[in-house]
Design a protein around this ligand. Structure first.
Ligand code: ZN
Ligand code: ZN
Length: 241
């Protein structure tokens, strides 16, 4: 008999706020997910490479990135909101980041990040730094196709044999999209909404059977058993509580 406190948890581990390019502030995101009964979320704002930051600066636009010198403040803000989320909703909020390198055509999620990671490095080095911090490394939207049929983040998939076992999991579903290729390869998987605005709440999520604490959720992703993808359209699945 399973005597642990493992339960199916409704999770979204891919969420942006207006700290990078999301529409909603961090507290608004927390309240939105808390009121919908989510158990675990990770805030994963973009941390962009210098090439993309320079493009924004050249166009006199605000760089949609967590600034390197503001990384500690970013984590501190998430920790403060995580405390509020736990007290108000019993929702676990995990500090994360999306290490985004548009020039190199890859986005990598780091869940439970603790220190700044430079996106201008090889994928192997980035994954090593994620793991050295005890965080989980997830290949973001590895087979995303844009409306013109282009694949702007194809680097990870083009090299999936090299990276297959380095990542703890690959996004098999992102927002409304499913990446069949990830399933066919039987890679460790996860799903997330890539939330940028309110309507993105209704999208692919993960159900993870684990105790509701950060270490247990990370371990469940690594082991990749008792994970299900779930298309969240309105409410939490019934009988989860
Ligand atoms: Zn991305
Ligand atoms: Zn994203």
């Amino acid at each position: 008999m399973d005597r642990s406190n493992k339960k199916w948890l409704l999770c979204d581990l891919h969420i942006h706020t207006d700290i990078s390019d999301g529409r909603l502030s961090l507290p608004k995101v927390i309240d939105l997910y808390g009121e919908k009964g989510f158990d675990v979320i990770s805030i994963t704002d973009h941390l962009y490479e210098q090439y993309t930051i320079n493009l924004w600066l050249d166009n006199n636009e605000r760089p949609c990135t967590v600034p390197k010198d503001g990384f500690e403040d970013y984590l501190a803000l998430i920790r403060t909101e995580a405390q509020r989320a736990w007290e108000k909703y019993e929702m676990l909020v995990i500090p994360g980041v999306e290490i985004s390198n548009n020039y190199g055509k890859f986005h990598i999620l780091a869940i439970d990040v603790k220190e700044y990671i430079d996106p201008d490095q090889t994928v192997e080095k980035i994954i090593k730094q994620i793991h050295d911090q005890g965080a989980v490394a997830i290949a973001g939207h590895p087979h995303h196709k844009d409306s013109e049929g282009e694949m702007p983040f194809i680097h990870l998939w083009n090299n999936h044999e090299k990276y297959a076992r380095l990542f703890d999991a690959w996004e098999v579903a992102n927002r409304d999209d499913l990446f069949n290729v990830v399933g066919l390869k039987k890679f460790n998987y996860i799903a997330g909404s890539d939330f940028h605005e309110k309507r993105h709440l209704y999208s692919w999520k993960s159900l993870i059977k684990a105790e509701k604490n950060i270490e247990a959720v990370k371990e469940a992703i690594r082991v990749n058993k008792n994970i299900a993808i779930y298309l969240f359209r309105k409410e939490k699945p019934i009988d989860m509580d």
